[in-house]
Design a binder for this molecule. Structure first.
Ligand code: FMN
Length: 165
């Protein structure tokens, strides 16, 4: 029998959070935000991009990195400067992915599938004993937070195809 599923995500400007909340509404799974210890100032965009480009990790608020009791993890990430974000890098380095099946949902402003970011997150999770089963990337805009109506269809067919609803 399948075990429990957890939605966990980082979101600075709200897009990945919008997707995570919709997944939660569609599935009823537990959901927990990955939160950075230091508040990131919106004026600090170039610095944030640079930290992502350099593959840095940020300090996170305490959370359950052990992921006890969950077999499947829906991990919400985003693209900064063609890389994964410091909060996500940090979460992956701390989390116990042993034996867990991971599904990535990624938001990004570019139209293209961020394959390089997907591959790099996949290999980091694999080195921690987890397996990335599938990924979905959703195109957003940096001007406003994306609305569920804009991605619900795409999202629910992805969740269905993976047996998540
Ligand atoms: C510092 C920074 C760098 C970004 N770099 C990229 C990029 O290289 N490629 C891309 O497609 N989107 C890029 N974006 C857009 C974000 O990936 C997109 O807005 C995403 O939905 C943000 O997620 P969030 O709202 O959950 O924080 C960047 C956004 C920020 C803030």
């Amino acid at each position: 029998m399948e075990g429990r599923t957890l939605i966990t995500y980082y979101s600075w400007s709200g897009n990945t959070e919008s997707v995570a909340k919709e997944i939660q509404a569609l599935t009823g799974y537990d959901s927990i935000a990955i939160v950075e210890k230091k508040e990131r100032k919106k004026s600090n965009m170039p610095f944030s991009a640079l930290t992502a480009l350099l593959g840095l990790r940020s300090r996170l608020m305490p959370m359950d990195f052990n992921l006890d009791g969950y077999d499947r993890i829906l991990l919400g990430c985003q693209v900064w400067a063609w890389h994964s974000t410091p909060a996500v890098n940090s979460f992956i380095s701390k989390a116990n992915f042993k034996g867990k099946k991971v599904f990535l949902f990624i938001t990004k402003a570019d139209d293209k599938v961020p394959q390089k970011v997907i591959d790099s997150i996949t290999s980091k999770i694999r080195s921690k004993g987890g397996e990335v089963a599938d990924s979905l990337s959703i195109t957003t805009t940096m001007e406003r937070v994306i609305e569920p109506d804009e991605f619900r269809e795409e999202l629910s067919s992805w969740l269905k195809s993976n047996g998540l609803i």
